[in-house]
Design a protein around this ligand. Structure first.
Ligand code: NAP
Length: 459
């Protein structure tokens, strides 16, 4: 895959970038390693002031950065600007909390003094996806830099301008040269980087195959990894739920980033008694969604990020229909407005009643496609919610306290949000179980992933 900005709304190739040569790549890793030896001795106060400056640059230039995001991956401009603001938030959050999260932690033992301290590991590689080109990177970079690590970013090949803009923000904020570098390299070069003895760990957010490939290479070298992979989050609505709020949130939760979010609600599991009303309201809202140029303020859904993603999603939808699924709306590229045919647009689609043996029930649909299921009761909802090999997030709607407790306990996922949509928040740990990955980003847990949790015992 070429490293290039291709506008997904028009198909136009805007700018192509040359990948780094082997020598250039080596020089960047060497710079990172040398920088780490000094950077690790900087104080929390110093790092926090740089990170706070980065937050300010993000806020000051959010419109410009938002346009880069929208140009490269197609989400509506307002969401792109909001993403930049959220990136500033995670910078401020770690600037303010890192010192406390990584402070020495005394533990009483038979020693005269024993405690745990947290020390940086060194050069950490981040392999990142295009769906939140700024947010995904900053939620890695902010804790990594505050912990005293230095970062190397291998961003998705379709968002090179975002990758370079982020490197520039951190440099302008004052971080020393080499503390955070963008590597314009293809996926095939990642293995070489993780094999390099100067690189001490890696975080990857992306698909299962990419995660498995990076984790095997890192495992081979006994290096720490954090994996944030795919999801097929359930959105459970039970009889007592506030139906109107649930339906409105269902649409937002499915459509975030044009349907391309790991924690988007993807499977809607509705109790029989309210299924008809829920479906009717959902269809009504789906039909009203406005597809179009993501730079325009009234556009709600932009294009998918690449033609390949569009093709894959359409094939999945057609296979799901062939396997017995009922198409309620969308699912037909030919019916799209001719003005959208040049871009990678996909119509908002709802599929219902997939039979138990349909392979689609196990898949992640990375686009504006909702799968609708009906269940008789709470226990059937939990069983269905846990049916896939994923375990990222889950949203559940009920007003009955006993049902809330049962859902919290029963759903296999890295997070359960009750009467609200799954969302990331700098203060809350984020990550999955099962094939959605391991390790955590954000919160105190996130900043403790790439550190040496060192035990000290002094007599
Ligand atoms: P992807 O193809 O896995 O790409 C993600 C990153 O991995 C890109 O930088 C890509 O580089 C790189 N990559 C691809 N194959 C690789 C390999 N074999 N070895 C090393 N690196 C490799 O994922 P995507 O399709 O762009 O993103 C969508 C997926 O990410 C979905 O499954 C989604 O659920 C998941 N995701 C998860 C989270 C989370 O927090 N759990 C958040 C966002 C997205 P190239 O671009 O150069 O191929």
């Amino acid at each position: 895959m070429a490293i290039a900005t291709v506008n997904p709304a028009t198909g136009e190739t805007v700018k192509v970038f040359e990948p780094l040569t082997a020598e250039q790549l080596d020089a960047k890793i060497e710079l990172a390693q040398r920088r780490f030896e000094q950077y690790r001795h900087s104080t929390f106060e110093q790092r926090a002031s740089w990170l706070a400056a980065a937050a300010q640059i993000l806020v000051d230039e959010k419109e410009r950065f938002g346009k880069i995001i929208t140009l490269e991956m197609g989400k509506p401009l307002a969401s792109a600007v909001a993403e930049v603001e959220k990136s500033a938030w995670v910078c401020r959050y770690y600037a303010e909390t890192a010192a406390a999260a990584l402070a020495n932690h005394p533990i009483e033992t038979d020693a005269s003094r024993s405690f745990v301290c947290y020390q940086p590991l060194g050069v950490i590689l981040a392999v990142m996806p295009w769906n939140f080109p700024f947010w995904q990177v900053f939620r890695f970079a902010a804790p990594a830099l505050m912990a005293g690590n230095v970062g190397l970013l291998k961003h998705a090949s379709n968002v090179p301008q975002s990758a370079l803009a982020i490197e520039d923000v951190l440099a302008r904020a004052g971080f020393p040269t080499g503390a955070f570098q963008t590597l314009l390299i293809g996926a095939a070069q990642v293995e070489q980087v993780i094999h390099d003895p100067r690189v001490k760990g890696a975080a990857l957010t992306g698909s299962e195959p990419a995660g498995a490939s990076l984790a095997s290479a890192a495992g081979n070298q006994i290096k720490k990894t954090v994996l944030e992979l795919g999801g097929s989050d359930p959105f459970v609505v039970l009889e007592s739920a506030d139906l109107e709020a649930a339906v409105a949130t269902a649409v937002t939760a499915r459509m975030i980033s044009n349907g391309q979010s790991c924690i988007a609600a993807k499977r809607f599991i509705i109790q029989d008694s309210i299924a008809e009303a829920f479906t009717e309201q959902l269809l009504h809202r789906y039909a009203a969604l406005k597809l179009g140029d993501p730079m325009l303020p009234d556009t709600e859904i932009g294009p998918l990020a690449t033609p390949g993603i569009l093709q894959e999603l359409d094939e999945q939808v057609q296979a799901a229909i062939a396997s017995g699924g009922k198409l309620l709306i969308g699912g037909n590229l030919e019916k799209l407005d001719p003005s959208l045919q040049q871009g990678s647009f996909y119509p908002p689609t709802i599929l219902a009643d997939l039979p138990p043996d349909s392979p689609a029930r196990q898949q992640e649909f990375f686009g504006p496609v909702a799968l609708l299921f009906r269940v008789p009761d709470l226990e059937a909802a939990i069983t269905l919610a846990n049916e896939t090999s994923f375990g990222l997030g889950a949203s559940a709607w009920t007003q009955i306290p006993e049902e809330v407790e049962r859902l919290i306990l029963g759903i296999e996922a890295g997070s359960v949000f009750v009467n609200g949509m799954v969302k990331s928040d700098p203060r809350l740990p984020f990550g999955g179980i099962k094939r959605s990955g391991y390790g955590r980003e954000l919160g105190t847990e996130g900043i403790r992933e790439f550190v040496n949790v060192k035990t000290i015992w002094v007599k």
